[in-house]
Ligand binder design. Structure first.
Ligand SMILES: Nc1ncnc2c1ncn2[C@@H]1O[C@H](COP(=O)(O)OP(=O)(O)OP(=O)(O)O)[C@@H](O)[C@H]1O
Ligand SMILES: [Mg+2]
Length: 317
């Protein structure tokens, strides 16, 4: 059974659908990237999952329990660790006090609370900073503390809203290592971002939304296949590159021909006309091919193309 399941999840503000009929499932133990451009509805969706705001219509089940409509909010909330996109301000608290405070709020008994605090400080690599004031921490350290705080009650599921935003590359790596560790502990993690490449290499699954609607739900490899399927080639010919480009442009299965570092980048249309299609055209034109190389699909390009495709379909409705 999926640990998170939504059906027709919809949130309307005024006459604007911030989230529009989302049907997603997340399996237990997965690290799932939740991606979409600004305003796509990520935060709104996460807040509904986090028990904080009710959907206008649709249902949510978490851990096998109904959350919305009229479900077990407090029971579900105990299974969740939610880190919002803004860090709360507790400037006059030390790091360990901050965690103690949330441990108390979760009713963790005294002895256990001390142990929990220490092991979480260790896990999040904040142990040596325990006596520092929260506001004196770097952004990356604060972000890890925000995660540390929601680990105090040992939740099964983590909902992290843009935890990597504003982090430098080193802090991103540290965050990624922490997430991998949490996943290895068996936690299910949903992490949002508007930057696909930030998540694609570490996530098992991707959920992509645009204008509140589901655009894609599957593995990073499936995303590459869906949008690119190895249908771009890097080509060079011995003499007349312009002639080669013009022959290719006139061919019915060629989507685009772009000059790129002295080569031609040639994209074929879907359905794929076959491995030898481009070489046959060039040979028929009497051209000598000196480079013929399938291009590794670039995931960010794939993502942008996917959003474009969906945008265009919507525009023509
Ligand atoms: N409380 C609210 N009242 C009215 N409109 C809202 C409210 N919250 C969000 N919206 C609108 O809903 C849409 C989705 O917003 P949301 O914050 O969920 O997007 P997001 O994907 O998290 O964007 P970002 O990448 O900028 O964080 C936006 O058009 C936003 O203006
Ligand atoms: Mg947001």
């Amino acid at each position: 059974m999926p640990i998170i399941e939504t059906h027709n999840l919809t949130k309307v503000y005024g006459d604007h659908k911030a989230v529009d009929g989302l049907k997603v499932t997340i399996e237990q133990g997965r690290l799932c990237g939740f991606i979409g451009p600004n305003g796509a509805g990520k935060t709104t969706t996460i807040k509904m999952l986090a028990t904080l705001i009710p959907p206008t219509i649709g249902s949510v089940h978490i851990g096998g329990h109904l959350l919305w409509p009229s479900g077990k909010r407090s029971l579900v909330a105990r299974m969740l660790g939610y880190v919002p996109d803004q860090f709360g301000v507790y400037e006059n608290m030390r790091v360990w006090e901050y965690l103690e405070f949330f441990g108390l709020a979760y009713n963790i008994p005294n002895e256990e609370r001390k142990q929990t605090t220490e092991s979480i400080l260790e896990l999040t690599d904040l142990y040596d900073l325990g006596d520092q004031f929260v506001l004196s921490l770097s952004r990356g350290q604060q972000q890890r503390l925000a995660i540390a705080r929601v680990l105090m009650h040992n939740p099964k599921i983590l909902l992290l809203d843009e935890p990597a935003s504003g982090l430098d590359p080193q802090a991103r790596i540290e965050l990624r290592e922490l997430l991998m560790e949490l996943q290895a502990m068996g936690k299910t993690i949903l992490i949002s971002s508007h930057i696909l490449t930030e998540l694609a290499t570490m996530c098992d699954d991707l959920i992509i939304i645009q204008s509140g609607k589901l655009v894609f739900n599957g593995s990073p490899a499936a995303l590459r296949d869906r949008v690119d399927a190895g249908r771009s080639y890097r080509i060079r010919v011995a003499k007349d590159m312009e002639k080669a480009a013009s022959h290719l442009k006139q061919s019915e299965h060629v989507a685009s021909v772009e000059p790129e570092n002295g080569n031609l980048s040639v994209r074929l249309k879907d359905p794929f006309p076959g491995e030898g299609y481009i070489s046959a055209i060039l040979q028929r034109a009497g051209m000598h091919i000196t480079l013929y190389q399938p291009e590794e699909p670039n995931l960010e390009d794939a993502y942008m193309r996917l959003l474009d495709e969906v945008g265009e379909t919507k525009g023509s409705e």
